[in-house]
Design a protein around this ligand. Sequence first.
Ligand code: ING
Length: 308
Amino acid sequence: MPRTITVAAAQSGPVNRRTSRAEVVERLITEMRQARSAGCDLIVYTECALTAFFAHWSIDDERELDRWFEREMPGPDTQPLFEEAARLGIGFSLGYAELATVGGRTRRFNTSILVGPDGRIVGKHRKIHLPGHAEHRPHNPFQNLEKRYFDVGDLGFQTWDAFGGTLGMSICNDRRWPESYRVLGLLGAEMILIGYNTPDNIPEYPELDRLVGFHHELCMQAGANQNAAWVVAVGKAGVEEGVSQIGLTSIIAPSGEIVAQSTTLGDELVIHTCDLDESTRYRGFLNLEQNRRPEFYGLITQQVGQRD
Ligand code: ING
């Protein structure tokens, strides 16, 4: 009996900064119902799915900043999503800005959770690779202030047994680092869920603008194939608060092939039935256990620039 997960990658169109969480959750629930009607076991929402991607502008007042964060999950605005998931019997992953207390200190994370078909949280990932800058850059048409607004994730990379397989999560810039996929692959990930907010232009490197879509696909196709995992990558797309973001929501097989991809810059469900035994096949082909030579990989675990 093949082990399959039918996944809906729920690309999000722009979310206006004045759109309430309740309105967004209504959109998410509509998509959840559509996904379930299409026979999906899992719907994957994007990074910071509940709000506009507020890292794209400067916020100096801490109380104003904290308005963009969730203090509890589920909270009053998101509880209906969990309840509908349990009613329909469909799982989901959701990206959001998390305000947490860790060791008695307030911490702010760019977070995603995995929720089972019973509406219970299975696992949590906190974004590790924070791109952008901490200071306001007045000459840029938009900011990326994740280094100011978020702490580096403190949970590492993890996998969970769910939906009949082993699943892991990453968030946005995590997908550009081969280490993200390799650690998840070594932990047995057969499917990696990724949300992202990716502008289609890079103020500091305009000469790379033409390659933003190519680099987005390249890093995930390589990560999927080199670690024998499915990758389900879901974008916040379109022009959101003046920032034009790529779509290219993609489902990528362990072969590295993009088997399904969005064609719009709005809300769009990209659905595919993923055979987890494809992961098993490519694991056998790769043979990570016998063919890796970690004795030569030492440099990878060192901080760049500390080489003597
Ligand atoms: N965003 C971007 C990402 O996709 C970025 C930042 C854009 C990096 C373009 C490189 C090129 O990684 C987030 N939110 O990480």
